[in-house]
Design a protein around this ligand. Structure first.
Ligand code: SAM
Ligand code: GLN
Length: 272
């Protein structure tokens, strides 16, 4: 089988997906250990490459996210390794990173809570001069994040920590977090391609999805310098609840929408 035939075979198997040609080309390239642009139509696949291709097509056809099959995802222009231990970084989270980057032009020390693949921490470190600390409770996620930071030559301090547990005495100019925020009810109805593949630890935010906001907001003031700010990603229906949680100890609370017009971020400054 040559590359052209392989792409056609993959296309047929993936006809239900939005962009079968693109996906087929990705999977063929992956099976050859090459980038898409490096693959030529008349190359004959070895038996091993054919087997690998069939395995990858099967995974994808069963619903595994393309990023997990390929093993990479793009975030803010950076190619990141991803596997089942980390959430695939979402496009709306790039907006959160963008907000932090604009603010970080004047900030010096930034904490990313629940760094997962390292997406936010890496984008912020590469785009600013800030000192970046990133924590996650999952050692397996941190392995991926460290790999990604090295790949992009981003000097980030990674700490295995349950929220602030290993950060006693440390203060930051900015705390950013895209915590797990999916509610019980939402979790039960999540798309299979998310629920069956992405880590529950990265998604599930307790009964009402707000557990992590409660805990982070409680401890954040003592880990923020005066004038410091907190940046959260939130679920589309959580803005008013998160605002309520912030009110006692934070001021200048701003809600921002994602590109689809849904409430997606909350930014607030430490109160006096
Ligand atoms: N920051 C990444 C992003 O935006 O793509 C990943 C966000 S994911 C929604 C949430 C992350 O929080 C996961 O990596 C998960 O392992 C981590 N996490 C869950 N519970 C935690 C805890 N108690 N302390 C620290 N991190 C936690
Ligand atoms: N946006 C994710 C989803 O698509 C949820 C991410 C999170 O819980 N922080 O389900």
């Amino acid at each position: 089988m040559d590359v052209k035939q392989a792409v056609n075979m993959a296309k047929k198997e993936l006809y239900l997906f939005e962009n079968p040609t693109l996906e087929a080309e990705w999977l063929v390239a992956l099976s050859l250990g090459k980038k898409r642009a490096e693959v030529h139509g008349d190359y004959e696949l070895t038996k091993g490459e054919e087997r690998m291709l069939i395995k990858n097509i099967k995974k994808r056809a069963e619903g595994c996210p393309l990023e997990y099959v390929v093993g990479t995802a793009n975030f803010y222009g950076y190619e990141l390794k991803v596997n089942k231990n980390v959430l695939i970084p979402r496009p709306e989270t790039e907006q959160l990173a963008e907000e932090v980057i604009s603010e970080a032009k004047v900030a010096h020390k930034i904490l990313d809570i629940g760094t997962g693949s390292g997406a936010i921490a890496i984008a912020v470190k590469k785009q600013t001069n800030a000192e970046v600390v990133a924590v996650d409770v999952s050692g397996k996620a941190l392995r991926v994040a460290k790999h990604n930071a090295k790949l992009h030559n981003a000097d980030i301090k990674f700490i295995k920590s349950n929220l602030f547990s290993k950060l006693a005495g440390q203060q930051f100019d900015i705390i950013v977090s895209n915590p797990p925020y999916v509610t019980n009810a939402e979790y039960a109805h999540l798309d299979r391609t998310v629920k069956d593949y992405e880590p529950k630890l990265a998604l599930y935010g307790g009964g009402d999805g707000l557990d992590f906001y409660r805990k982070i907001i409680l401890d954040a003031p003592k880990h923020l310098k005066n004038g410091g700010k907190i940046f959260f990603e939130i679920g589309y229906s959580q803005a008013s609840e998160v605002k309520k949680l912030l009110k006692n100890h934070f001021k200048d609370i701003v809600i921002k929408k994602d590109l689809e017009g849904q409430d997606r971020m909350v930014i607030a400054a430490k109160g006096d």
